[in-house]
Design a protein around this ligand. Structure first.
Ligand code: NAD
Ligand code: A1AUG
Length: 545
């Protein structure tokens, strides 16, 4: 079809409330029961064919109920990865020949399926496999993933419409080609939406993909793959490889056809990927595009003029929703002495009142940490804090792995703002608080910007407009997502494009045109209607040199 079409205008998917007695809660509870009662076999998907990874068998557990197993997958071997790369390369010519509208329709259909009949399936898998409460699963998958799919189509269309001007007698065009080769998407455990977006954003732009989700997100990744197939994604466009990534690193990272890496996860893993690509840089057909959104040490800084209730809410929700396992979660706070006196008791009472437990009990505010590694990292940090006489644990500090990987919401008072707790990412429910003298507002801003290598999210809480302006200016490079009088979490696709700088990533803003541009390699086409036929004419004003 030659028509120049308009894509549907995206609207953010509204979250459901799951109030007691609501129809949506009944539907979700039914799906939770059925998924918890199954023991799923979770194969890879290579060229549209499901096959178990050939290596060690790994069980998926419910983090809040370790004894409850949800299914099993196989760690991918080198041979498994080779087959996945071959399948992606084989599918590439037909996929890039398909029109943009045909590709876009598949992802728009996936979005509508997820907003509709698949909603409870992905939400329940995310709750059980990643220990999210119903509210936290709801804003992840369905809502954020639906948003990624709808908004990416809208932004991609805008990119295709960006065309150069043409002088007299000439027609200039931009051909937004996909990259040559395959894109490797390596995704984190904490957001089903991020895991679903990373392979599909390059695919929308015409690329084929090898996708390796986190082992602890395998259940919801497997359902995402089934949903994409139900939406009509052709075999081989996205190839799901299960496991820990060791074989992937050995085979796919050094493959000559590696066209790009779309990564979200820890800074350390991204640096390993980048180093491997750097060491092999002469071995690729083209320079691989490296896009990585990584760790954070996200802050909340309050001015003496701050509204105490706004500060308390930003701290409690920003630090402890999803057990502090959002890359955007507040893990350090700076509060002026005058305000701390006012908010301290109520804030600590709020924190001590937060409930953690099985996420199928809808009254719980939190679930468990994702796995033994996350539990050990946070337990050890709390242990170090307990033995450090310069630190004072004033709430929480309890760790219990008997049933699940539970760490209670913890607040640590720290007098020295240079302490390593202000620069090390723990990725758990541990908030370090520094109380500063009111007169040191500007020094506090400068110090907090310098102490951490990260620059992902941050928030200022203030009523004084000049203070807001000062913080916005002085913290310009301290966060890629900056919030005024709000928590530093909860960016919405299309509204607050997400990503950070410094050690927090390449800041290509997932779910935005900037990100989609990384998956294209534009070709400029110039067509001259009446071409010159002379070799040299000194009086002809020919612009082309
Ligand atoms: N900036 C963002 O947008 C953002 C969003 C979500 C999470 N994060 C970050 O992600 C981290 C938490 O996620 P995680 O624990 O899943 O991160 P991680 O780095 O441990 O794992 C991320 C992915 O990399 C894979 N991986 C690990 N080692 C590998 C290797 N050697 N070769 C190939 N693949 C390998 C993992 O299996 C997983 O799929 C935190 O640091 C958090 O801040 C950042
Ligand atoms: N959209 C989420 C992304 C968090 C990443 O882990 C937020 O802004 O909280």
């Amino acid at each position: 079809m030659d028509a120049v079409t308009q894509v549907p205008l995206p609207v953010n998917e509204p979250p459901q409330g799951y109030a007691p007695g609501s129809a949506e809660r009944a539907r979700l509870e039914a799906r939770l029961a059925s998924i918890a009662g199954e023991y799923a076999t979770l194969p890879m998907t290579v060229g549209g064919v499901q096959r178990m990874g050939g290596g060690e068998r790994i069980e998926v557990e419910q983090p809040h109920h370790r004894a409850a197993k949800l299914g099993v997958f196989g760690n991918a071997t080198g041979e498994d990865v080779r087959l996945a790369v071959d399948a992606a390369l084989k599918a590439a010519p037909a996929w890039r020949e398909l029109s943009f509208d045909d590709r876009a329709a598949i992802f728009l259909r996936a979005a509508d399926l997820l907003a509709g009949p698949w909603r409870e399936t992905l939400a329940a898998a995310t709750m059980l496999g990643q220990s999210k409460t119903a509210q936290q699963a709801e804003i992840d998958a369905p809502c954020e993933l639906v948003d990624f799919w709808r908004w990416n189509v809208h932004f991609a269309r805008q990119i295709l419409e960006q065309q150069p001007v043409s002088g007299p007698g000439v027609w200039n065009r931009s051909d937004h080609r996909p990259l040559e080769g395959f894109v490797l998407a390596i995704t984190p455990f904490n957001f089903t939406a991020i895991a679903g977006n990373l392979p599909t954003a390059p695919a929308l732009m015409g690329n084929t993909v090898v996708w390796k989700p986190s082992p602890t997100q395998t259940l919801s990744a497997w359902y995402t793959m089934r949903l994409l197939e139900a939406a009509g994604l052709p075999p081989g466009v996205v190839n799901l490889v299960t496991g820990d990534g060791q074989a992937l690193s050995q085979v796919a990272l050094t493959h000559p056809e590696l066209a790009g890496i779309h990564f979200t996860g820890s800074t350390r893993t991204f640096q390993h990927l980048w180093q491997t690509v750097g060491a092999n840089i002469g071995g690729y057909r083209a320079y691989p595009r490296l896009v990585g959104e990584t760790g954070g040490k996200d802050f909340v800084v309050a001015h003496p003029s701050a509204d105490p209730a706004v500060l308390r809410t930003a701290l409690v929700r920003g630090a402890f929703e999803y057990q502090g396992q959002k890359c955007s979660a507040a893990s350090r706070a700076y509060v002026p002495r005058s305000l701390w006196r006012e908010v301290k008791d109520e804030f600590l009472a709020d924190v001590r009142g937060l409930t953690a437990g099985d996420v199928t009990d809808f009254s719980n505010f939190m679930g468990a940490l994702i796995d033994d590694r996350a539990f050990a990292r946070n337990r050890d940090a709390i242990g170090r804090a307990r033995n450090d006489h310069s630190l004072d644990i004033v709430a929480g500090g309890h760790c219990d792995d008997a049933i699940g990987w539970f760490v209670s919401p913890t607040v640590v008072m720290v007098s020295d703002p240079r302490h390593e707790i202000f620069s090390t990412e723990l990725f758990g429910p541990v908030l370090a608080v520094h109380v500063y003298e009111d007169a040191r507002w500007e020094q506090t801003l400068d110090q907090l910007a310098a102490v951490s290598p990260y620059a992902l999210t941050g928030a200022v809480i203030a009523r004084d407009r000049a203070a807001i302006a000062t913080a916005t200016r002085r913290l310009r490079f301290a966060a890629g997502n900056f919030y005024v009088n709000d928590k530093p979490t909860g960016a919405v696709v299309g509204q607050q494009p997400f990503g950070g700088g410094r050690a927090s990533g390449t800041n290509d803003k997932a779910g935005s045109p900037l990100n989609l541009l990384r998956w294209t390699s534009p070709r400029s086409i110039k067509e001259t209607f009446v071409a010159p036929t002379y070799l040299d004419n000194p009086y002809s004003p020919d612009q082309s040199s």
